[in-house]
Design a protein around this ligand. Structure first.
Ligand code: ATP
Ligand code: MG
Ligand code: MG
Length: 401
């Protein structure tokens, strides 16, 4: 259904965004992790040249990219050198040197999404302020830099109180919960102290966590993927059910909040919007990722255009593809490492025993609570995909589920 014809050339003639050909533009990606790997797989299918910058030799994307430049995406000089080789620069992780991207943009380097977007998102407190100013509903939050200010926040928001690091957060590392006033100082210490940069959020007793992936083209038109439910295990996304089992009016509300949030940011690409659904049917924004996201892995098999293909289309100025599902239901299951350093028996067993599998790590060695790979099952109904997943996991009884 989706057309692969090149986009009509924008003709603003006033220093607007540079125009890309379909095949000659080299895509440069900051980061070569699991998301980078799947982005490279999509690029390969589309005949798009893609190079990655990642410090780790043998990083997940290294085996599927056109070239892996071994170097740091937090080092300005390294990024500047890397950028010389790319027609468009994008990210698969937000923890990059955004100040360098901003300087490069001023020199005419094409970054998608824009450095301004990465800057807002990589600081979760700044991100919250940005969205709250624009009328996006989100849990109450407050910056804290002393125990006194935390106690004030505790009085205002009550307990449990969610304490978050502003920067370098992923998979819940960087978050901690204080159950009462007495726990505040140990929670601060566990996050590395106030020097790290902390803020607090009101605890949100959500009934479901939802996610919407929004794709935005270079001319700022958007398309949204179906709303999915994300189920976390110890703060790590564990299962994604697509589509989410919520009333249509909740789907519409979630989609409109997500679209409004993304329209307040600059640049092209796919963006994931993590949302809370509350008991009284409110949708609150948790956070945004300016890149493909774990909640969109299922799109590889279940949608007409995967989030990875869509990201490439968006940043290259190709027409956006159809984000809708081609099957009634899909379920994605993340395989998480169990014990540090042990061979991942359950992982390999699950991989070999069926399901549409994606292994992410080159090495079969597990790292505790790291995402080792995932399985997607697509089918005719939610019940059928769930029962197929249950059977698969039961037949791999070493998986703790
Ligand atoms: P990610 O890997 O998604 O980037 P992260 O480290 O940035 O994760 P968050 O998304 O802030 O962490 O939080 C992780 C999880 O913690 C959420 O998915 C949700 O389950 C829970 N959580 C976060 N904020 C709150 C809150 N204010 N109230 C209740 N639960 C929360
Ligand atoms: Mg995050
Ligand atoms: Mg999150």
């Amino acid at each position: 259904r989706a057309s692969m014809q090149p986009a009509a050339l924008p003709h603003d003639g006033q220093g607007g965004p540079p125009v890309h050909g379909v095949t000659n533009t080299v895509v440069g990606v900051l980061g070569g992790g699991q998301l980078g790997k799947m982005l490279c797989q999509a690029a390969s299918q589309m005949g798009i040249r893609i190079i990655i910058l990642d410090p780790l030799p043998g990083c997940p994307a290294s085996s599927v990219c056109d070239e892996h430049v071994v170097g740091s995406f937090t080092d300005g000089d390294t990024i500047r050198e890397f950028a010389k080789r790319c027609g468009v620069l994008t990210v698969e992780i937000e923890h990059v040197d955004a100040a360098t991207l901003e300087r490069l943009e001023k020199q005419g380097v094409d970054c998608e999404p824009k450095a301004s977007t990465i800057m807002i998102i990589q600081d979760k407190y700044r991100q919250k302020r940005h969205f709250s100013k624009r009328g996006i509903p989100l849990p109450d939050f407050m910056e804290v830099d002393t125990l006194h200010s935390m106690e004030e926040a505790g009085e205002k928001f009550g307990y449990p109180l969610m304490v978050k690091s502003k920067r370098l957060a992923y998979d819940g590392r960087g978050n901690a919960v204080a159950k009462n006033k007495e726990e505040l100082s140990s929670v601060v210490a566990s996050l590395g102290g106030f020097e790290r940069g902390l803020y607090v959020e009101r605890w949100t007793p959500f009934v479901k966590e939802l996610s919407v992936i929004v794709a935005r083209s270079r001319d700022s038109s958007t398309v949204c993927y179906p709303v999915v439910e994300t189920i976390h295990k110890e703060n790590i996304c564990h299962v994604v059910e697509a589509p989410a089992e919520v009333p249509d009016k909740i789907k519409k509300l979630a989609t409109s909040v997500a679209e409004k949030a993304i329209k307040s940011l600059e640049g092209a690409g796919v963006f994931a919007v993590e949302l809370f659904l509350t008991e009284d049917n409110q949708i609150l924004l948790n956070e945004v990722a300016p890149r493909p996201h774990n909640s969109g892995h299922h799109t590889i098999e279940s949608c007409y255009t995967s989030q990875y293909e869509q990201h490439l289309r968006a940043i290259l100025g190709l027409p956006l593809g159809d984000p809708s599902m081609k099957a009634p239901a899909a379920i994605m299951y993340n395989i998480l490492g169990e014990d540090e350093g042990e061979a991942a028996d359950s992982f390999w067993l699950i991989s070999l025993s069926g399901g549409l599998k994606h292994s992410r790590r080159i090495s079969p060695l597990m790292r505790k609570q790291r995402k080792m790979g995932h399985i997607t099952i697509v089918g005719s109904s939610k019940i059928s995909v769930k029962s197929r997943l249950d059977n698969l996991l039961q037949s791999n009884s070493s998986d703790p589920k």
